[in-house]
Design a protein around this ligand. Structure first.
Ligand code: ATP
Ligand code: MG
Length: 437
């Protein structure tokens, strides 16, 4: 994308309505604009990040065998009456009436709908296990939408639902999903810690929240340093091997970790002083096992191996895809702006032409831009270098390829790593080799 033609409305001033860094930076870097309280439009750079996050989430869901579907945002009230949640859900649910006076709602989650889909077509234990997911917009009429996309009213969620024929199988599904989550967050470039959670209105007794550490997090969290030492990418756990899943699950649940709601002072006190960690955390994912809560309420059975009908066991597994955009920025930014990881950055590199119109600069920039294609944001504007540096730092692309007249005359460019500030003087070909993702 050529910056001179791009719709990336960056702001110099700090927007008054934004209380935390990620919200300020998302507005300043032109990623989103608020349309109503807690409802955002995603602009080109923001949408690129959102899509990249969704694709990593999708990739790791597919890898453990979950299958993608797409359920509608609008659901019927009658479906929710079957589980009894229509009345229970309260004011967070946006209720709608259509022209025929039929009651509808904008889905805050999809347990009832997926259970109905399953009920209609699955008749035998032979079809199990199944795990289905979608990445779809949700609406929850939060009392206090705030912090930009982190607590919106309309937000993008990945929600997966597992169906198993026994408790033991459901536990395997749960652990497999926990592994998929840890892999997902590692690829997104953040450390997330699973912490025991309340099961809330969804019910059940096995539940973990995935928490990213950041000073502006909504809850106080306590954990053992062990979590800083686990490298999920190096620990080769196989998601189809129950023994590996057991080892993995133990490594995630044995060291102490809890949010303030579940904090156990005595257990925390027992950790050696130098291993105690405390901070603020942002919830980016939540997994639940809830057994037969929905299948029982909605009359779902399948024929078992002995011919008797059995009631499938379920779990549900959410990731806040749009919240993650803000959470990743909370975890990685500095005074100058956003610091994207290579995996989610809207563009792999910014090409900064410090002297647009200079034949040597233009030539090198055009060649770099042609080679990187859609993965480069080319600052071809005729602005001062200072303005270009500031915008590139603000937008946070992991690499900046800085092309100035002095270097260009000798066939050299400067390559800057946004995260560390390191600079290298290299040939355009070397720059390309480093930057390509
Ligand atoms: P919270 O405790 O933050 O209100 P929740 O427990 O109600 O969230 P879940 O039902 O577990 O949320 O939803 C799964 C995921 O969806 C959460 O882990 C979070 O990342 C994301 N999420 C939930 N509510 C919002 C929201 N209002 N805005 C953005 N993301 C959200
Ligand atoms: Mg939750």
């Amino acid at each position: 994308m050529r910056l001179s033609q791009a719709f990336i409305p960056t702001l110099k001033e700090t927007p008054a309505e934004a209380q935390i860094a990620s919200h300020r930076l998302m507005l300043r870097a032109g990623l989103v604009r608020q349309m109503s309280a807690g409802i955002y439009a995603w602009l080109p750079a923001g949408l690129r990040v959102l899509d990249r996050i969704a694709n990593i989430v999708r990739d790791e869901q597919d890898r453990v065998g979950a299958q993608e579907v797409l359920m509608p945002t609008i659901q019927s009230a009658d479906l929710w009456r079957e589980s009894g949640r229509y009345e229970d859900y309260g004011k967070e649910m946006l209720r709608i009436t259509d022209r025929h006076e039929r009651e509808l709602l904008y889905g805050p989650t999809n347990e009832e709908m997926i259970t109905a889909i399953f009920r209609a077509d699955v008749k035998s234990y032979k079809s199990l296990p199944q795990c289905l997911y979608h990445i779809q917009w949700k609406f929850r009429d939060e009392v206090r939408p705030r912090f930009g996309v982190m607590r919106g009213r309309e937000f993008l969620m990945k929600d997966a639902y597992s169906f198993d024929i026994s408790y033991d199988d459901a536990v395997l599904s749960y652990r497999k999903m926990m592994l998929a989550y840890m892999r997902t967050f590692a690829r997104l470039g953040v450390r997330a810690i699973p912490m025991v959670a309340d099961t809330g209105p969804i019910g059940g007794n096995l539940s973990h929240e995935f928490i990213i550490l950041a000073p502006t997090g909504e809850s106080q969290v306590f954990y053992d340093k062990a979590f800083e030492e686990i490298d999920i990418t190096e620990n080769a756990f196989h998601h189809d091997d129950p023994a590996d899943l057991e080892r993995f699950y133990q490594s995630m649940t044995t060291p102490y970790a809890a949010t303030e709601e579940k904090h156990d002072e005595a257990a925390f006190a027992a950790i050696p002083e130098d291993r105690k960690r405390e901070g603020r955390g942002i919830e980016v994912g939540h997994i639940f096992y809830f057994g037969t809560k929905y299948t029982k309420a909605m009359g779902v059975t399948v024929a078992g191996p002995d011919g008797k009908e059995l009631t499938p066991e379920m779990g549900s597994y959410g990731i806040g895809v749009s919240r993650l955009v803000g959470a990743l920025i909370e975890a990685h930014h500095d005074d100058a702006g956003i610091i994207w990881s290579d995996s989610v950055a809207p563009w792999a590199a910014a090409i900064l032409n410090l002297k647009a119109g200079d034949a040597a600069c233009d030539k090198i920039c055009e060649e770099l831009y042609a080679a990187l294609g859609r993965d480069a944001l080319y600052d071809d504007r005729s602005d001062r270098p200072g303005a270009k540096f500031a915008d590139a730092d603000l937008m946070g692309m992991p690499w900046q390829i800085i092309v100035g007249p002095r270097g260009a005359a000798n066939g050299l460019v400067e390559l800057k790593r946004r995260a560390t500030g390191e600079r290298f003087e290299v040939s355009p070909a070397e720059a390309l080799a480093k930057v390509k993702r």
